[in-house]
Design a protein around this ligand. Structure first.
Ligand code: NAD
Length: 337
């Protein structure tokens, strides 16, 4: 059996990564589209064999309530719209998958969790790396003691913000983006530190930097470097940038060995290396479609009535920590979590 999904927002990530991945899902099928652009929605409906009566716009979205074919809505809109469309989705009686970052503020995240709970629906945040085989292997290696005692985690996520790309235009607008590189990609560095250690940080220090006069960074930051202290003693050094060349890397330094994932959080073609006694060896792990795994995870959680692995609370924790990172950078002080 497959649950019916509606994709909300037909932008770059939805159309290039998520919609094609339904073909590899075992428990999920794409049955409805929500878009402000009827012609675009019609085109994709034809491509994916979706009945045109299952095309909605942002006004008729609430009418999903009357469509029993749709079990889950997947919110792939600009960050500042996640809260509204998650809450309206839950109120229409649908389970919700919401893209990262969960929302702009802690209050919005809490309202989303409350709305899903009130409607008795599941809410999952689309942290694809937590369903991706290379990252799962890295977590296993780090937490099983195979690297010895963990000392340091570093993670770097950066890319060039491109104002000519329509998908990057709203990312320069604080109301729609919530924050700068940290909200967009630095969140992967933060996630990595948390899932590799399996711990929650207790203290944070941070710096931000935006190139003076660069019009891309009028409202949102370019770079953030932050350090997290974990209860076990592990320190994580993380960077996030809209100014350095494409990087998606995690390194885990243990007393016996060092693990490198690079690229760590790409869409495909990850690489995992272990260095021990001055020898660096690549590990071979079977690549799988992380989007299909993530989508099916929510469908299976719904079918078996279990809490998904990355529920709303996981998204809220990152939004809370990102705001403490900004606070640490702003005040120049060490922030206790
Ligand atoms: P995008 O701009 O390509 O898509 C956003 C869609 O929202 C567009 O179709 C746009 O038309 C629509 N939209 C509706 N109202 C809008 C408004 N007021 N302003 C701007 N657009 C509006 O962006 P994207 O890169 O596809 O990102 C969408 C979401 O997906 C974001 O939350 C982003 O963080 C997330 N994302 C996640 C990943 C991942 O790997 N998990 C990758 C890329 C993006």
């Amino acid at each position: 059996k497959k649950l019916g999904w509606a994709v909300v927002g037909l932008g770059k990530f939805a159309t290039e990564q998520i919609m094609p991945s339904f073909a590899e899902c075992k428990r999920s099928k794409l049955v409805a589209l929500v878009s402000g652009d009827r012609a675009k929605a019609e085109k994709y409906a034809r491509q994916y064999g979706i009945n045109s009566k299952n095309i909605y716009d942002y006004q008729s979205y609430d009418n999903l309530r009357n469509n029993p074919e749709v079990d889950v809505v997947y919110i792939i809109l600009p960050n500042g719209m996640h809260a509204e469309y998650t809450i309206r989705g839950a109120q229409a009686g649908k389970h919700v998958m919401c893209e990262k970052p969960m929302a702009n503020t802690v209050a919005e995240c809490q309202a989303m969790i409350d709305a899903a709970k009130k409607a008795n629906r599941k809410l999952m945040i689309a942290y694809r790396a937590q369903y991706e085989p290379y990252n799962l292997a890295a977590i296993q290696l780090a937490q099983s003691g195979k690297l010895g005692k963990l000392k340091v985690v570093t993670s770097d996520h950066g890319r060039i913000l491109d104002p000519k790309d329509p998908a990057d235009v709203w990312r320069m607008d604080k109301k729609l983006a919530g924050g700068g590189s940290l909200y967009d990609i630095g969140i992967y560095s933060l996630q990595a530190a948390r899932y590799i250690t399996g711990e929650e940080p207790t203290e944070i220090t941070a710096f931000t930097y935006s190139t003076p006069g660069d019009t891309r960074f009028r409202q949102v930051e370019e770079n953030v470097n932050f350090t997290l202290r974990f209860p076990s003693g592990v320190l994580a050094n993380c960077t996030s940038s809209y100014g350095y060349s494409n990087t998606k890397r995690i390194q885990v330094f243990g007393s016996d060995a060092v693990l490198e994932l690079d690229p760590a959080t790409d869409y495909y073609q990850h690489r995992l290396y272990i260095s021990r006694n001055n020898r660096r060896e690549e590990q071979n792990i079977e690549e799988k479609n992380q989007f299909a795994l993530e989508i099916d995870h929510l469908s299976e959680s719904i079918m078996t009535n279990k809490q998904p692995k990355t529920p709303g609370e996981e998204g809220l924790q990152d939004v809370k920590l990102m705001n403490l990172i900004y606070q640490a950078a702003r005040t120049g002080e060490k922030v206790k979590v």
